[in-house]
Design a protein around this ligand. Structure first.
Ligand SMILES: [Zn+2]
Length: 81
Protein backbone atom coordinates (compact mmCIF):
# COMPACT_ATOMS: atom_id res chain seq x y z
CA UNK A 1 0.00 0.00 0.00
CA UNK A 2 1.12 3.51 -0.82
CA UNK A 3 2.44 5.48 2.15
CA UNK A 4 0.65 8.67 3.15
CA UNK A 5 2.68 11.84 2.58
CA UNK A 6 2.16 15.53 3.17
CA UNK A 7 -0.54 16.72 0.78
CA UNK A 8 -2.29 13.37 0.61
CA UNK A 9 -6.04 13.66 0.33
CA UNK A 10 -5.69 16.57 -2.11
CA UNK A 11 -5.76 16.95 -5.88
CA UNK A 12 -2.08 17.88 -5.96
CA UNK A 13 -1.36 14.80 -3.87
CA UNK A 14 -3.15 12.69 -6.46
CA UNK A 15 -1.09 14.24 -9.28
CA UNK A 16 2.13 13.74 -7.33
CA UNK A 17 1.42 10.01 -7.05
CA UNK A 18 0.69 9.80 -10.77
CA UNK A 19 3.83 11.74 -11.73
CA UNK A 20 5.85 9.37 -9.58
CA UNK A 21 4.34 6.48 -11.56
CA UNK A 22 2.66 4.99 -8.51
CA UNK A 23 -0.88 4.15 -7.46
CA UNK A 24 -2.55 7.00 -5.61
CA UNK A 25 -3.27 6.27 -1.94
CA UNK A 26 -6.89 5.93 -0.78
CA UNK A 27 -7.03 9.51 0.54
CA UNK A 28 -5.83 10.91 -2.79
CA UNK A 29 -8.15 8.64 -4.80
CA UNK A 30 -11.05 9.92 -2.73
CA UNK A 31 -10.02 13.57 -3.25
CA UNK A 32 -9.78 12.92 -7.00
CA UNK A 33 -13.20 11.25 -7.12
CA UNK A 34 -14.87 14.11 -5.26
CA UNK A 35 -13.14 16.64 -7.49
CA UNK A 36 -14.31 14.83 -10.64
CA UNK A 37 -17.85 14.54 -9.34
CA UNK A 38 -18.00 18.19 -8.34
CA UNK A 39 -16.58 19.37 -11.64
CA UNK A 40 -19.09 17.29 -13.59
CA UNK A 41 -21.97 18.70 -11.56
CA UNK A 42 -20.74 22.27 -11.85
CA UNK A 43 -20.18 21.90 -15.59
CA UNK A 44 -23.64 20.42 -16.06
CA UNK A 45 -25.23 23.29 -14.14
CA UNK A 46 -23.25 25.87 -16.12
CA UNK A 47 -24.35 24.28 -19.41
CA UNK A 48 -28.00 24.28 -18.33
CA UNK A 49 -27.70 27.94 -17.42
CA UNK A 50 -26.01 28.78 -20.72
CA UNK A 51 -28.81 27.02 -22.61
CA UNK A 52 -31.44 29.03 -20.71
CA UNK A 53 -29.68 32.38 -21.02
CA UNK A 54 -28.52 32.04 -24.64
CA UNK A 55 -30.67 29.38 -26.34
CA UNK A 56 -29.81 30.38 -29.92
CA UNK A 57 -26.05 30.17 -29.43
CA UNK A 58 -26.41 27.00 -27.42
CA UNK A 59 -28.50 25.44 -30.20
CA UNK A 60 -25.85 26.38 -32.78
CA UNK A 61 -23.11 24.82 -30.69
CA UNK A 62 -25.14 21.65 -30.20
CA UNK A 63 -25.62 21.30 -33.97
CA UNK A 64 -21.92 21.94 -34.67
CA UNK A 65 -20.79 19.47 -32.03
CA UNK A 66 -23.29 16.84 -33.23
CA UNK A 67 -21.85 17.12 -36.77
CA UNK A 68 -18.26 16.98 -35.49
CA UNK A 69 -19.10 13.99 -33.32
CA UNK A 70 -20.73 12.14 -36.23
CA UNK A 71 -17.64 12.84 -38.40
CA UNK A 72 -15.32 11.55 -35.66
CA UNK A 73 -17.38 8.40 -35.25
CA UNK A 74 -17.12 7.70 -38.97
CA UNK A 75 -13.34 8.13 -38.77
CA UNK A 76 -13.17 5.79 -35.80
CA UNK A 77 -15.30 3.18 -37.56
CA UNK A 78 -12.93 3.24 -40.52
CA UNK A 79 -13.78 3.59 -44.22
CA UNK A 80 -17.09 2.33 -45.52
CA UNK A 81 -17.02 -1.08 -47.12
ZN1 LIG B 1 -1.76 10.24 -1.38
Amino acid sequence: MTRLRAGCGTISGYHRHRRAGEQACEACKEAWAIYGYDRTMVRSRALSRLARENPERFGELMKQEAKAFAAEQKLLDGPDE
